[in-house]
Design a protein around this ligand. Sequence first.
Ligand code: ADP
Length: 265
Amino acid sequence: MDRNMLKSAKKIVIKIGSSTLTDEEGNIDKEFIKELSDEIRKIVDQGKKVVIVSSGARIAGVSTIGKWSRKEDIHYKQALCAIGQVELMDSYRRIFWEKQLHVAQILLTKDDFGSKSRTLNIRNTLFTLIDEGVIPIINENDTVSVDEIKIGDNDMLAAYSSVLWGADLLILLSDIEGIYDKNPKDHEDAEIIYEINDVEGIKKEIDIGQKSSFGTGGVSTKLKAAEHVNKFGIPLAVVKGKEKGIISKLLEGEKVGTLIYEEIN
Ligand code: ADP
């Protein structure tokens, strides 16, 4: 895919991973949210529209209440998410408003994407918010989602949301520059893959070269999310969230991050 085509993307979903949203102490990284609000203000001023999918509720919960970080009980995990979600949205609300941007919270579960009437309601609310210039911030509704019924990963939640909205591009903000041939955290010589147009093929290549870089890591869900959105003609990009101006660079067609687009004939 010619990266210049990204310049014309009008409807953009941005998914933010937990590690991007938090600082080294595990607190919400307000500086990052400020940077993000600058980028989004710029995009909105260009007449484009943005939906955010944000992780980070549980970590925000731990840093807010200052305990339970090691609790494995599902109800404590859900309680932490309930506490952290408020904190997270409060940060978004205050920081985005400094750029005259309103935000809205949408909490979804897997069931919401399986029911026609719910999907229609979500879509209508989403379109209303966006038409009115409000930035929707989507997260999984952890309070009602136990493991068996979870979407499980916000990469997939972002993929489903992109299809539901009919987005032009899904951007995953991660803690790495893109997808590599092996885990860059374990291998100094790992090389970034700038373009992927055969997801099945890449899966095999990475799998053969470095089994451990697959399976448990976040890369497999990113490729799964890409496969899902690509089916609907939506490209997916993985970029390093904390790199200054990264969203603008990507949208200007610069060769940053990994762009995954497999054309389905
Ligand atoms: P996020 O929450 O930011 O979306 P994840 O933790 O889910 O990110 O996935 C990114 C992580 O996947 C990286 O920090 C990296 O350590 C790991 N990883 C494993 N294999 C690879 C690979 N081949 N290329 C890039 N990252 C990889």
